[in-house]
Design a protein around this ligand. Sequence first.
Ligand code: IPD
Length: 291
Amino acid sequence: MCPPADDRPLPNGAEVDRLVELAERLARGAGDLVLTGRPDQVEVSGTKSSLIDVVTERDLASEAYLRRELARERPYDGVLGEEEDPLVGTSGVTWVLDPIDGTVNYLYGIPAYAVSVAAVVGTPDPAVWTVVAACVHAVADGRTWTAGLGRGAYLAGRRLAVNVPVPLDRSLVGTGFGYTAERRTSQARVVAQVLPRVRDIRRIGSAAMDLCMLASGNLDAYYERGLQPWDLAAASLVAREAGAVVTGLRGAPAGEEMTVAGPAVTAAALVGLLEVLDADRDDVSGGDASA
Ligand code: IPD
């Protein structure tokens, strides 16, 4: 009988490399499907948390492709994807999939959407998992970020390192917003307090790309409340392997409550500000950083 998944050792370097190779092959394959299958007018197939949280036929096709390939290549692994029910495996490895991160950009033809594929060990929950292999493939422009645990993060063969930290008021900060009016009301309150204290804000529309762009030096820091495991898995490893701290507030790990990322000093400054603002709460009163 297999020991419980969480007790199993992490894969060694060569195994990690093989998982990264597979993650990249899968992400590129799904990316081809997403790009070549994009009709001139993308149709919404359904909605999720709200009427503006959409799923397209290509989200479904991309996840089906990824699951089919994984069933063939890694039949004993689990799968946690955005669009279908979780599949529990027996190997201790779970693949965490976002078939299109940035679906609204995809819908409108804005070229910032990505396929995100990660292999994690342990319970597939950001609070406890170890992400061991990752690929985020930005479908429209072909940028492909990869990372392996302890093996570095790469883009087009270049090893990545986050920017040298600058004070928060000179930092370019990425963020994103959820899909419900209640969540957005509190996110608007928070961003109104963050904006005057940073160089500027970017809302790219793909959390996975935000974190990878942080790894590439296109952003100095990032925060967002409401990320799901598939938004976070692959890109968190890319960011960490590029030297970022990826964390939550009040000592919690990164996850749905809050994710903050950046070089250690910048992340610490942003965590401090977001804690004062109660950015991990949805009540509209919240804190005031000018107090
Ligand atoms: C969304 C994007 C967006 C972020 C949202 C996510 P989806 O993912 O990553 O940037 O702000 O929180 O839900 O819906 O495009 O897969």
